[in-house]
Structure formats: C-alpha cells, structure tokens
Design a protein around this ligand. Structure first.
Ligand SMILES: *Cc1c(COP(=O)(O)O)cnc(C)c1O
Length: 682
C-alpha cells in the first residue's frame, strides 16, 4: 500500500490512462487488469515514463530497507509483534473497510508504524460489502447502496499454507464451528490481516458475519466482535506470529482478552486468575468515546448464548465470573449489560484517551481505583503524506528537497519562504479542488444525460477566488453539521456580500439508522439546491478518503463545530494543516491543544456548557461563529497588499504549519505509544 500515500504513483497512472485510474476507484490491481498490455507498454515508451517508474521503484526499495528509528530487529520475521486490532481501517479509497475517523486513524497508525519501523501487525475484518456508497435522492435525502468488493481484484492476497491452501481458523459459536480465511495487505513494512467468513465451510448465516461494517443489529455486532477479538488472535497463532502485546483500538476487539487468558492458561498450566494477571501487563486499550451511550454493550442473555460454554469449558470459570469482567453498574437483575470498554479497561495496564480533554473526561467517567494505572492521554495524529495534495507536496519538494519531511524540525524552515510562494500554493490547491468538484458533478450529470445547459452551468459553479470553507465528516448529530444555518438571516447577509465572497462545501455520510444525521444532510442539500444559496453552498455526496484529501487541501478554512466535549479528538482538521488550510473550531478534542490566536480561530463556548440545554449552547456558539467570520476571518482573507497577497493570512498559515504539523501527526503519536506503552509491555 506504499503507493497509497505516494502522489507520484498516482500521477504516473494518470499519465497512462486517466479514465481507467478514475473508473477503477484508484485501485491499481483493477487498473492493471483492465488495461491492454500492448497499450500499456506503448504508452510507457511514448510518454517516456520508464525513468519515472524506475525512480519510484527505487524509492520504494529504499523505503523498505531504510534504517528504522526504533527496533533494528523489526525486519526479523521471528521478532514477536505488537498486535493492533480495529473494527475498521481507512487505508485508501478502494478499500471500503472504514466508516470515519476511527478507521482513518487505524490506517494512519499502521502507516506511521511502518515509516518508523515498529514491529506491529494489524488485525481487522474484510467486509464483503464494506461501508455503503451514499446517494442523495431526488427528495434530498441520503440513501445507501452496498456494492460488493471483489477481493481478488483488490491490493490484498489470501494467506496460504505451505501447500498453497488458504489458512483457515475456526471458532465454536453456539455449538457449531464458524470458519474464516485471512487476507493480507502490505502497509509498507507492516502486515494487515483481515478475516473473511465467506468460505464454503460456513452456512449462509455464518458467511454473512463479515458482510457489512456497522450494520446495527446487536446479534451481528457481537458475532463480528467475537470474530475480531477471538478469531483475530487465532489467526495470529495460525500464522505462527509471536505476540508481544495487544493493542485494542476501541472496545470492538476486547473479547481477545479472554482468548489470551485461555492460551496463557494452557501454555503455563495456570488458573484463570493467574493467567489474567499475566496478560494484564501486555494489553493496551485506546478509548475514543467520551459518553457512556457511545460504548458497545451487550445484554446478558446474548452474552450467555455465546459465552456460556466458553467460560465453563475453556476458561474453567462460571459464566457469572466471565460476565463480571464487563458488568459495570447495571446491578438490577434481568437488565444487566456487558460493556466492551469496561472489559478492555479491566484487563489493560495501559489505557489512553485520544486528546488531553478526552482523557480527563474518561478519567472522570471511569474513576478507576487509585491502586491501578490510570487513563493517560496520547493525542491523535494523522499520516501527513496520505492527506497531502500533489500541489502541496510538490511545493514542499520544490523548496525543501525530496526528503523534506524527514529533516528534523523541518517546518521551521517555512518562516524564511516568501509569502508569495505560499499564497500561490494555496491558490493552486483551491483551483484544483474546484475543478475536481466540477468534474465529479458533471460526471454524474452525464450519467443521467442531463442537458448541455446544466453541464455548462457546472463548469462555472463555485468561485476560484472566493474564501472557501469546508465541513466534512460523519454526519453524527453531535457534530452539528447544520450549526452554521442556525440564524439564517445572519448567514444570508454574510453570503450576500459581494466584496467579501465566501462559499461553503459540505460532505459526509450518516449512519443508515441515524435519522437525525440524515435530517441534517437533507437540510443542507435543501439549502444547496435553493436559489438563495445556489453556488455558495455545495454538498458533495459519498464522502470518502479521496474527497477528504481534496477538501482538506483545497479549502481555506476547515470548520468543526461539535458539541463539546463529545469530539474525543477529531483528526480532519490536522489533515488540513500541512496543506495550508486554517482551522476554525470549537475548543474540543485536539483543537483545545492546537489552537492559539496565531494558528487559527476558535468558536467560543458558554461557561457551564455541560449543564446547558443543547438549544442554548447552539445559539451561543453559532452567534460566536458568525461574529468571528464577519469580524476576523473574512476581513483578513481580503486584506491584500499591492501584489494581491493577504499577508496576515499567509503568516497565519506559516504559524499554523510550523506550530502544529510537527506534532499532530501519527509519527509523533505512534512514537508516544511506543515510549509510553509498547516498550513497557511485560
Ligand atoms: C479524517 C476523516 C474523518 C474524520 O474526520 P473528523 O473531523 O475527525 O470527524 C472521517 N472520514 C474520513 C473519510 C476522513 O478522511
């Protein structure tokens, strides 16, 4: 997957056949399957691409062989590994195994672990239909289409044994065996293994365990989580990988706790309690949820259905004892729940939240006994190269050399660069985004044979020179995608000003069962279609990692307005930073740490916001938004010098990159995981 964070690779494939690269959903395996080989070799000759390809290949070899910052032995197959487990992975557009930020974080974790050489292995599920493709209906509402993945045409391979047969694991679930095969992806130097239950041995209902991501039914969810946690560890064992420790990214994989204990009991011939004590010191748990309602819980009867035999036969304890590991507070009989985060916390010496504020909230929420290790914070980051547009990357390469990102303290060097260069880079990024949006929308119109007039209109939509504000993420209601429309009269006034032009771009999917989130999308689509806001508000459908990269690089301002303190971290704003896009956000999650008057803008929250009604908080915070927009952001963007450069704005970009980019990235984050957790596992 090295190619997925390499703009040069993408540009070579575009030079070979741009349409096919687009039509394949940027999947190189499909691209090479569909392209005629005579054409391929001809065009490589004709366009002189050979040198470029060779150079890319040399870079790749160099990447794989370069000395690692951390453990020298990481290359060695026999080194025991840190096992990282997550229900979703966002690696690149064509691998639809993610829904949002949790997934992109998992993907970025693996990419940076590869960059710096941590002996880590990822485990997840290979969903046949993955997450849905979003359509906006004629009535402006989201509808979902699940498209089948063809794993053979994706950049992943089945894991085979010495006789070239797929390695399969099995789990006894409710009296019968369920089987899974394993797919492997190379994330640079890191392996990611994904389990897949669509194998002949399974009955139809068992095959369907890995059909879609986050379908919403409790029974399916517990089966997926049994597969991820218990099956994941069995896959690791089946492949002969030795475990140094396990990192649970969110509670979905927490059942692994039991499987590790079971294995330890067998190996050392010890009791449940003794094995539990031993495993505790090599488990890591990262929580992402600041509210109890956000945590995975399962009713007692369901746990009993799937874990009664496992408790008695495998763990040699009663079901009640097993249940107690995840039974938090609900002591009223008959209504007890098993809490996955509690299971993980109970069984991990190393627990962290994903920003300073979130860790504080999590400490309050869980109030762990003083005798044990406490919840600390490791603030999230992003894998810089994954979200850097080619315009931005070429800018850095041109001014600072090919290995610019590897120079320690590099971003400081930006200070000396003339404002004009940075402004030019920004203009190019914005124009690139706008042409990408025009292409996307006209492709869609061509599909339904819309009129020439309409197509012409699309070619003129949006303004290449207007201040462009982006808002894109999952449409969960706490993220308040519609907050900017709270006082429509004020917004109208801002958008009507022809001297200080501004346009808003929205994108995001809502979970299929979240009607509240879907209402938000419908509201925005309604505004985008209205004459009032035409061309000033645009909703881009089917948000994914590609659209994310386009928006965070092309927009001037990245807006985030979650209901504090519900945004545990947020990462899309970090993706904006290195592209020179400035943040404008509620002081929640990472922005509480990243914000200063020199790096961006804040939206003020009322004091005592935690005890206020949503209605009042929304009013207060939206008014602050309009004020900052009118008084600070717009005037600064249009305050130009004689050469047409907004000098103050450009200085803010410099400070934002210099102060934030070196810290809010996954290289720093993964190093922290290594120093604070991984290197201390016993
Ligand atoms: C980064 C990213 C997210 C996370 O965005 P937040 O603002 O942190 O919620 C969600 N979806 C995609 C596709 C992303 O790339």
């Amino acid at each position: 997957m090295y190619w997925s964070w390499n703009n040069d690779f993408s540009s070579i494939l575009e030079e070979i056949k741009r349409d096919y690269w687009k039509w394949s959903s940027k999947n190189p395996v499909k691209f090479l399957e569909t392209i005629d080989h005579n054409y391929l070799f001809d065009i490589i000759e004709k366009k002189n691409l050979k040198d470029k390809i060779h150079r890319l290949y040399r870079d790749y070899r160099e990447y794989l062989n370069k000395a690692t910052i951390l453990e020298k032995s990481s290359e060695d197959e026999n080194t025991s590994k840190y096992i990282y487990l997550s229900a979703e992975y966002g690696i690149t557009k064509c691998l639809k195994f993610y829904s949002g930020g949790l997934g992109t974080l998992s993907g970025d974790h693996l990419k940076s672990a590869s960059d710096i050489g941590i002996p880590l292995v990822g485990v997840g599920l290979a969903y046949l239909y993955g997450y849905f493709r979003q359509y906006i209906n004629h009535d402006g509402r989201q509808s979902e289409l699940y498209e089948q993945n063809y794993f053979e045409s994706l950049p992943m391979n089945l894991v085979l044994d010495e006789d070239y047969r797929p390695i399969k694991i099995s789990i006894e679930i409710f009296g019968k065996n369920v089987y899974a095969q394993i797919w492997c992806l190379n994330i640079g130097r890191i392996k990611l293994y994904l389990l897949d239950t669509f194998v002949d041995e399974n009955a139809v209902e068992d095959k369907r365990i890995t059909d879609i991501l986050y379908g919403g039914e409790t029974d399916k969810r517990i089966l997926q989580e049994i597969l991820l946690g218990i099956g994941g560890l069995r896959a690791i064992a089946a492949m002969g990988i030795k475990i140094k420790g396990c990192h649970m990214n969110e509670g979905h994989s927490a059942f692994l706790v039991f499987e590790r204990i079971k294995e330890m009991m067998k190996k050392e011939n010890i009791s449940f309690k003794e094995a539990q004590e031993k495993c505790y010191y090599s488990n890591v748990f990262t929580t992402h949820t600041p509210v109890p309602a956000g945590i995975d819980i399962f009713p007692r009867w369901l746990m009993e259905k799937y874990f009664y035999n496992y408790a008695v036969n495998e763990l040699k304890i009663s079901f009640d004892e097993l249940f107690a590991e995840g039974d938090l507070v609900t002591k009223n009989k008959g209504n007890e729940h098993f809490n996955m985060a509690y299971l993980a916390i109970n069984n991990s010496n190393f627990v962290n939240g994903v920003s300073k504020l979130h860790a504080k909230i999590a400490r309050r929420m869980w109030s762990l006994p003083e005798s044990r290790s406490q919840i600390i914070s490791i603030t999230n980051g992003i894998h810089i190269k994954t979200y850097l547009s080619s315009v931005s990357e070429n800018f850095y390469k041109k001014h600072f050399g090919k290995n610019w990102l590897e120079k320690p303290g590099f971003f400081e060097e930006l200070k000396a660069l003339p404002d004009e260069m940075i402004w030019k880079m920004r203009q190019k990024n914005r124009s690139a985004l706008i042409s990408q949006i025009r292409e996307r929308i006209s492709d869609k119109l061509k599909l339904i044979h819309d009129s020439e007039d309409k197509l012409q209109e699309v070619q003129e939509m949006l303004d290449d020179n207007a201040l462009t504000i982006g808002f894109a993420r999952r449409f969960a209601t706490y993220k308040r995608g519609t907050l900017i429309f709270r006082n429509i009269e004020r917004l109208k006034k801002i958008l009507a000003n022809d001297k200080l032009k501004v346009q808003f771009l929205f994108s995001g999917k809502s979970h299929p069962k979240d009607e509240g989130g879907k209402n938000f999308i419908a509201e925005i689509v309604g505004y985008a279609d209205s004459d009032l806001f035409k061309n000033k508000i645009v909703f881009i459908d089917n948000y994914d990692m590609e659209v994310a990269k386009q928006l965070v690089s092309g927009c001037d301002v990245w807006l985030n307005n979650p209901r504090r303190p519900l945004e545990a971290s947020g990462t899309s704003g970090m993706k904006a930073v290195t592209n020179g896009c400035l943040n404008f956000s509620i002081l929640d999650g990472w922005w509480l740490e990243g914000y200063s008057p020199e790096t961006g803008w804040k939206i003020d929250s009322p004091e005592n916001y935690e005890n206020m009604y949503d209605f009042d908080v929304d009013n207060y915070e939206s008014e602050s938004m309009y004020n900052v927009l009118e008084n600070d952001i717009l005037p600064m963007f249009y305050d130009r010098d004689s050469k047409g450069i907004p000098v103050k704005w450009v200085n803010k970009i410099k400070t934002s990159i210099i102060n934030l980019a070196g810290y809010f990235n996954t290289e720093r984050m993964v190093k922290e995981y290594y120093d604070l957790f991984y290197s201390k596992l016993k």
